[in-house]
Design a protein around this ligand. Structure first.
Ligand SMILES: *Cc1c(COP(=O)(O)O)cnc(C)c1O
Length: 467
């Protein structure tokens, strides 16, 4: 593998990157000033950069490398599949063995009667599929006016025009004229910021009942579906109060609307069960999957639909005029299948549920004792801390978003990838992280928090603001 590690010098690569590469979710001017951090190889939970530094990847790439880096089995399967059948499509009445086996395996693993998968290349296009799918579903049943999809503020459902509209990120909506018509947003179940004097359980009910109010406001006859992440990920690991999902499920059952669970992050073990739906007691009609489906080794996602939804397509739907050239790509499908075999046979999901997840929860909860931390929360292998200048008031900083980047930079210096969302710090490490590596992660996080507190105090940033 020597030819792979024989890179040009870091500065030279940064210069070429700046000249020719437009990066996603990046301030290009700021990046080009600084130069990109260049990751050259990885193994287990550790990344190696072009200067040879080792960094613990607290984010599993972008929430996706569930089985960890460096699993040669997946490389071998990809090479074998490329030699045998590198590509064929699944349009126009054709199929191939890899996608057939993967579709069957997903049906076995997903709860309830989620038995059929429409494949995509990732989560964004799967959610775009869902918009068309639910509207086509209701039109096929003679209810073409049921088109509106209810989502939540601060949700992340992807970056294509449809999925970014489903999402509730104001910075994304501000660019390019989003959201598209026919999408409405209700509040997120974010007790820490929005719960005021209510208990988390009381606030969970209030937040859930916003769905019922919105259905009534729009008119049930116009509503196609509600979409939500079991735990909001990119929004800052917003773990819902225990009362939230049972009440959402009750409301969906009481009304004629479809429930879409976006499990792109929570699927494939992240919360300690195979799916977040199992952790939170959700019975979706459609489930969005991607990321952990292949542990990020290949781009693949999908919409898994229940028998109720599939039946309409089988009976009255006619042709669903929708598909991607790479829907069910053979190499991606074969790699995903191998990833699911490893997750299953190595009991990786069970280990998160019974051992390393509870261990992370306990160690992470200890961070709440730090003077800079207002709350520490987690669900399996995803977790967040809220940084605050005033713990008892759960106060934001006078200048919101001023502290998160400082902490993020200290983390990197200390050899840890921890992401900031405003002034929240979040992690979602590979599911294979060991207890010993969790200890290392916590140690680096504490050191970074100490340095952040010192820097913020020195710069006069520890002033509370108002929400
Ligand atoms: C990442 C993500 C998506 C988008 O997936 P892509 O593969 O980046 O298109 C959608 N939904 C959720 C919940 C995500 O976290």
């Amino acid at each position: 593998m020597d030819h792979l590690s024989n890179h040009p010098e870091t500065a030279e690569m940064q210069e070429t990157d700046a000249a020719h590469h437009l990066h996603p979710f990046t301030d290009t001017a700021a990046l080009n000033e600084k130069g990109a951090r260049i990751i050259t190889s990885a193994k287990g939970v550790m990344l190696r950069d072009s200067d040879g530094r080792q960094v613990l990847d607290g984010m599993a790439g972008l929430w996706c490398v569930n089985i960890g880096y460096g699993r040669n089995e997946l490389a071998d399967v990809a090479a074998r599949q490329m030699r045998e059948l590198p590509y064929y499509n699944t349009f126009f009445q054709t199929s191939h063995p890899a996608v057939i086996k993967l579709a069957e395996r997903i049906a076995q693993l997903t709860p309830g009667d989620l038995n059929r998968t429409f494949f995509s290349c990732g989560g964004s296009d799967a959610n775009d599929t869902n918009i068309r799918l639910v509207r086509h579903y209701w039109a096929s049943l003679g209810k073409p006016e049921k088109t509106v999809i209810i989502s939540r503020t601060n949700a992340y459902h992807g970056s294509a025009i449809g999925s970014a509209s489903l999402g509730g990120m104001s910075a994304m909506h501000a660019q390019g004229g989003l959201p598209i018509p026919g999408i409405s947003h209700i509040a997120q179940p974010y007790w820490y910021a929005d719960g005021g004097d209510l208990s988390p359980e009381e606030y969970g009910l209030v937040a859930a009942r916003a769905l019922e109010a919105e259905i009534e406001r729009l008119g049930e006859a116009n509503v196609a579906a509600f979409i939500a992440e079991p735990v909001q990920g990119a929004g800052g690991v917003i773990v819902p109060p225990s009362t939230y999902w049972p009440e959402i499920q009750r409301i969906c059952d009481a009304h004629e609307i479809l429930l879409i669970a976006d499990e792109v992050i929570t699927g494939f073990g992240r919360t300690g069960n195979w799916f977040g739906c199992q952790t939170y007691g959700i019975r979706p009609d459609i489930m969005t999957i991607a990321k952990g489906l292949s542990s990020g080794y290949q781009p693949i996602g999908g919409s898994v639909v229940s028998e109720k939804v599939a039946a309409v397509f089988a009976q009255t739907g006619g042709e669903f005029a929708h598909g991607y050239t790479y829907s069910g790509h053979p190499v991606a499908a074969a790699v995903a299948l191998e990833n699911l075999r490893i997750l299953d046979e190595e009991h990786i999901v069970e280990t998160v549920g019974a051992d390393t997840g509870p261990y992370l929860e306990q160690r992470w909860a200890g961070l709440a004792d730090h003077p800079l931390v207002g709350q520490a929360r987690s669900s399996g292998m995803m977790a967040a801390i809220e940084m605050t200048p005033d713990k008892s008031a759960r106060a934001p900083f006078e200048t919101p978003g001023s502290i998160g980047p400082i902490c993020r930079d200290f983390c990197i210096e200390n050899g840890l990838v921890m992401r900031h969302v405003g002034d929240k710090m979040i992690i979602a490490p590979p599911l294979v992280i060991s207890r010993d590596e969790i200890d290392q992660l916590i140690e680096k996080a504490v050191k970074s928090l100490d340095q952040t507190l010192a820097a913020a105090t020195e710069q006069g940033l520890m002033k509370p603001g108002t929400r």
